[in-house]
Design a protein around this ligand. Structure first.
Ligand code: SAM
Length: 472
């Protein structure tokens, strides 16, 4: 029944294979010989299978867990250096006809304020985001063919790309909307989206059906096979994720890796990113009523093992997590974070009055983008606003081969420094700017090729003079 190359959800995410994997992991969680051999394989930096990774997840030996963390940290450094890509979500509409029991946008919630941005409101929201310094957005919307049809989403994307305010520009629009048809994915591709993101929520079919009792999202196979349709429609950067807290985390972890293996087996390229959201309190949602919440330590272990298992896949963490948790998992493998996020429709322009709440969930990290940028730099990271890969067509397997050849340090590193420089010149507070300038100066030395280093220096000088015509 289990077949990673099949296009049928129940075959590439086979429940039987997951249960066998969990039993195998349980049986071997103290098998030090096997665990050492898996860690040895992981050190080759070519990833691990869902079975191997599941054994490491089950292993509770403190010394081995610390070894996993150290390896994750090292792989993170080798593949991503000290760059952290920045983005913000933009909620377009919270109209939704689904029944997701964990999401306050479900159709039966009659007291949440329903909102949908007009194109004029989008201009205001995006201008506010540009004024913070954001260059990369993730669009979010509920599923509602009447209120948020694909034409509406496409119009929003067009508007967003057209807004040029001062030195601002949104250079990459990622999209997180409900599973759709090949034809609509093709339209999104033509509209110039970056990554198509869709969280699986849970890989367990039975739980999935209970958690999505009605609406188009209740179809497990249609949802699970969405990434194959997206790729068929020409989108080659796709972002996976599960909502931790809904099902047993070990089941989800195995499912997530099986999904990644499936994409690699069928399309020759794995997921561009994996997101690791955890269930949060929201309008009429109490996370305590769900049985499968995970503590911070387990969460960190999952992040570290994703890093080890799929070294070439970026990992995203949102403001659902606190500063402290973000700090921990950035070290262990996260490569992209959001900053200053609002999860309400229209939230970047105005504070919502209490009775007009349209928020999807509570955020834990409420700092401004300037504070987040400063915090990252104080820890030695380079906040990157770069979107060059996508703009230069380095997506899908072309991005992966760049990553695998180790050329990223000559490419992403200078771009990160230049986009950080733009940020510092255009948006940063004096404090943040001072820290950033010193960091850029020091980091220039980490560009291996002398010629690239020289070009980077020239471009930094141009940015200083106010020139902004680079293709990041
Ligand atoms: N409506 C689209 C869909 O069905 O995939 C997309 C986007 S939804 C705005 C983004 C994600 O937020 C969902 O996929 C879900 O994982 C997450 N989410 C929903 N309710 C949440 C909650 N209470 N806490 C944390 N994340 C939540």
């Amino acid at each position: 029944m289990y077949n990673p190359k099949s296009l049928k959800a129940e075959e590439f995410i086979s429940d039987e294979e997951i249960l066998d994997t969990l039993a195998y992991a349980d049986a071997n969680k103290d098998n030090m010989e096997l665990i050492n051999s898996i860690l040895e394989k992981a050190r080759e930096r070519k990833g691990l299978s869902h079975r191997e990774a599941s054994v490491l997840l089950a292993c509770e030996d403190e010394e081995k867990v610390q070894e996993m963390y150290a390896l994750a940290e090292q792989i993170k450094k080798d593949f991503y250096g000290n760059r952290i890509v920045m983005f913000a979500p933009l909620y377009l509409s919270n109209y939704c006809i689904n029944g997701c029991v964990y999401c306050p946008y479900h159709i039966k919630n009659k007291h949440i304020a329903r909102k949908k941005l007009t194109q004029e409101e989008i201009v205001k929201e995006v201008t506010a985001l540009q004024d913070m310094g954001h260059k990369r957005l993730a669009l979010e919307a509920g599923e509602d063919p009447k209120n948020n049809p694909i034409e509406y989403i496409l119009e929003c994307i067009k508007t967003i790309y057209s807004i040029k305010h001062k030195n601002g520009a949104i250079r990459r629009v990622n999209v997180n909307i409900a599973a759709t048809t090949v034809e609509e994915y093709r339209m999104l591709k033509e509209a110039g989206i970056g990554t198509y993101i869709l969280f699986q929520e849970t890989y367990n079919k039975k739980s999935y059906e209970e958690l999505h009792p009605y609406g188009p999202k209740s179809n497990y196979a249609y949802h699970t096979e969405a990434m194959d349709r997206a790729m068929e429609g020409g989108i080659d950067d796709v972002g996976l994720g599960v909502l931790f807290g809904l099902e047993l985390y070990r089941y989800e972890f195995a499912g997530l890796l099986m999904h990644a293996e499936h994409l690699e087996a069928v399309h020759g390229v794995g997921p561009h990113t994996i997101s690791v959201p955890r269930l949060k309190r929201a309008d009429d949602i109490d996370p305590d009523t769900f049985d499968n919440g995970i503590d911070d330590e387990t969460f960190a272990k999952i992040c570290a093992l994703i890093r080890i298992s799929v070294p070439y896949t970026g990992m995203i963490i949102s403001t659902r997590e606190s500063q402290a948790v973000r700090e921990k998992v950035i070290k262990l493998g996260v490569s992209q974070i959001s900053g200053a996020s609002r999860t309400s429709v229209g939230g970047y322009c105005e504070e919502e009055p209490e009775e007009e709440n349209s928020e999807q969930f509570d955020v834990s990290d409420k700092r401004t983008l300037d504070e987040v940028v400063k915090w990252l730099m104080e820890m030695g990271y380079i906040p990157s606003f770069c979107t060059a890969c996508y703009r230069e067509g380095r997506t899908g397997d072309r991005f992966m081969s760049l990553c695998k050849s180790g050329q990223i340090q000559n490419c992403c590193h200078p771009n990160a420094l230049m986009t950080l420089k733009e940020y510092l010149m255009d948006y940063a507070s004096e404090d943040t700017k001072a820290i950033g300038e010193a960091l850029i100066e020091a980091e220039l030395n980490n560009i291996p090729k002398e010629k690239v280093r020289e070009i980077c220096k020239e471009n930094l000088a141009k940015i200083e003079e106010g020139i902004r015509d680079f293709r990041f």
